[in-house]
Design a protein around this ligand. Structure first.
Ligand code: UT7
Length: 317
């Protein structure tokens, strides 16, 4: 498998830490020192479907393929306005009538991009598809209680996309899951029925920050070390470690464990916050468009999220 095109799209509305401190008991100092985040983008008059379509079109254009060459769309999304139809079918509609590929959504939480890569690789390897569009589109800011400072300051909305095709650039990948319902969860209400009134049990995002932090560092280290060992790759030979953009302190901790220089860990969480599964493809798109990733570069991707799920990939650009 190889990535042949990238794209991304962010909401227009930029919200700084100071703006949050205007209505929450928080401060720029607390948010930036504890997380590294300075601003984030939030959906306001725009919507997630349009963002996903913009990112998808940019990825297809940069791949140099036609819309009718896309023969599968995989969308990574935790939740959005539409429970059904799937966001991937909404993206397909936005690409125009020439696109008639099958569509699927997957919920791999913040590791969704790595889960999508894993599935796409299997489809390509079994000739189920030739060009697959992966779009990660997320609006986690809409899961939060905006009266509550613990979670709302952490997230941002966004979409990142790639087009993948056959090739041997994906050297190894790894996905894991361990059912842990209580460390991070968000319940959406369904309709009550005469027989089940439990839908009143509505909750905004709940997170045990310390637990997630600890598990994030441990699981990412495990995925990265496993992939490096499996492929007999020295950590020094990796050009960039592209990690889920959740918290600068998590990234720093992983970097210190790996004993690698800061330049190898590009970040954008300062500007976008945690955009869930969109964070790595947005980062890749920015690096590619900025000329930072070159052909032949060795890249390590690693993400973790609610579930608890993790994913990693070692790829040659
Ligand atoms: O994609 C996965 C998503 N989740 C994550 O990646 C989260 C991982 N965890 C983290 O990033 C960190 O645990 C947090 C950033 C969520 C919290 O940082 P922390 O250093 O673990 O802070 P803490 O939870 O220990 O809180 C320290 C203090 C508490 O006050 P007291 O009890 O010491 O008086 C909190 O109430 O900071 C308080 N606090 C805040 N203060 C100002 C919590 N949130 C805020 C806030 N502004 N936004």
């Amino acid at each position: 498998m190889k990535i042949i095109g990238t794209g991304s799209a962010l909401p227009e509305k930029e919200v700084s830490n100071d703006m949050l401190a205007g209505f929450l008991d928080t401060s720029d100092e607390w948010i930036s020192t504890r997380t590294g985040i300075h601003t984030r983008r939030l959906l306001s008059s725009d919507n997630l479907g349009d963002l996903a379509i913009t990112a998808a079109k940019a990825a297809i254009e940069s791949a140099g393929v036609n819309v009718n060459d896309i023969d599968y769309i995989i969308c990574s999304n935790v939740a959005n306005n539409y429970v059904t139809p799937s966001l991937s079918t909404i993206i397909q509609g936005g690409l125009g009538d020439e696109c008639s590929s099958p569509c699927m959504d997957l919920n791999g939480a913040c590791a969704g991009f790595l889960y999508a890569i894993d599935i796409a690789e299997a489809f390509l390897a079994t000739d189920r598809a030739k060009n697959i569009l992966i779009v990660c589109a997320e609006e986690p800011t809409k899961f939060c209680d905006w009266h509550e400072r613990e979670t709302s300051v952490l997230f941002g909305d966004g979409a990142g996309a790639v087009v993948v095709t056959g090739g041997d650039n994906l050297l190894a990948r790894r996905v894991t899951a361990k059912s842990l319902k209580d460390v991070i969860y968000y319940k959406r209400p369904l309709e009550n029925t005469p027989y089940d009134r439990s839908s009143q049990d509505q909750k905004t995002l709940v997170m045990k920050g310390h637990d997630v932090f600890r598990m994030a560092v441990r699981s990412s280290m495990n995925d990265i070390n496993t992939l490096l060992e499996e492929q007999h790759v020295n950590p020094d030979d990796v050009k960039y470690y592209l990690l889920h953009q959740a918290n600068m302190r998590i990234i720093d901790s992983i970097r210190e464990h790996l004993n690698q220089p800061v330049e190898k860990f590009p970040t954008n969480l300062q500007r976008y916050g945690n955009t869930s599964s969109a964070s790595i493809p947005i980062l890749i798109d920015e690096l590619v468009r900025g000329g930072k990733i070159q052909e032949g570069d060795l890249l390590m991707l690693s993400a973790f999220g609610a579930g608890f799920v993790t994913g990693g990939a070692l790829m040659r650009w």
